[in-house]
Design a protein around this ligand. Structure first.
Ligand SMILES: [Zn+2]
Length: 267
């Protein structure tokens, strides 16, 4: 038992955070096993009670060993609970990112916290719905979780940068019935100081089941999440969409050194 404890202590110096969690669990198990073994071991009882007259039976009052075991089990339960809470807190901190926003049309800044899986709390959901409302019709719609996951990922990929958005939900009569903007799945944006083509290529390389459009004259990128549908890439020039542009093939043909794993948003 001493050897196990020593090993735990040594490892704690190498991997402090993880080993503190593991240490708590090992401590809980070792303490419980130790207390149980001591309570059952005959050698732990006074010799006099065995060699002399039989000890009186104890029925109602628990002996010292029983009390000790119960105390140790409570300690073990506490240690396990503490370890679980520490782990949950560590995961929560790691997966939520601050997304700094700037509404280009309204000239207003805002900041929201979004999980890398697109998760948001109720207050943030209301805030995002308000920020991304249709400015032409005044209508609101909640934004798709996969789209929010990509937004959080872009914020994490360009830390300390502000995402300047041009358009998100569009619910006006002129908007196409099949538009991802109407479905609350699309955001048009740029990032000051970052070439839009860099953002474009990052998104195209990283995700599938998405639509990525490049608007060089307006200097923004359209991104949308279209679950279950084919990827689509385009360049918008002089009022027309040019589909399957050369940049899309080039971005995804990079060698393994620079091309990250492609995935669905939020997964
Ligand atoms: Zn768009």
């Amino acid at each position: 038992m001493r050897r196990i404890s020593l090993r735990v202590l040594l490892n704690m110096q190498t991997y402090p955070r993880f080993m503190r969690l593991l240490g708590n669990i090992v401590l809980a198990v070792v303490v419980t096993a130790s207390a149980t073994a001591n309570a059952k071991s005959p050698s732990a009882r006074p010799r006099a009670a065995i060699s002399e007259s039989p000890a009186p039976l104890k029925h109602a009052v628990p002996d010292e060993d029983t009390v000790a075991v119960e105390t140790q089990v409570s300690l073990a339960a506490w240690a396990l609970r503490a370890a679980r809470e520490q782990a949950a807190a560590a995961i929560g901190i790691a997966t939520r990112v601050e997304v700094k926003l700037f509404d280009v049309n309204q000239q207003q800044a805002a900041s929201v916290w979004i999980g890398l899986d697109g998760s948001i709390d109720d207050a943030t959901a209301k805030e995002i719905t308000r920020l991304f409302m249709c400015r032409r019709s005044g209508r609101e719609r909640s934004i798709d979780r996969g789209t929010l996951a990509m937004l959080a990922d872009v914020a994490a990929h360009y830390p300390d940068k502000t995402i300047e958005y041009v358009s998100a939900y569009r619910g006006n009569a002129e908007e196409s019935r099949t538009s991802p903007h109407r479905a609350g799945r699309a955001i048009d944006f740029r990032i000051h100081g970052v070439n839009p083509t860099e953002i474009r290529d990052y998104l195209w390389r990283t995700y599938r089941e998405v639509g990525i459009g490049w608007y060089p004259q307006e200097s923004f990128i359209h991104m949308d999440h279209r679950p279950g549908e084919k990827d689509i890439a385009w360049t918008f020039i002089k009022g027309d969409n040019i589909y399957n542009p050369g940049w899309a093939a080039v971005a995804r043909s990079k060698d393994g050194k620079t091309a990250p794993v492609r995935r669905e948003p939020g997964v």
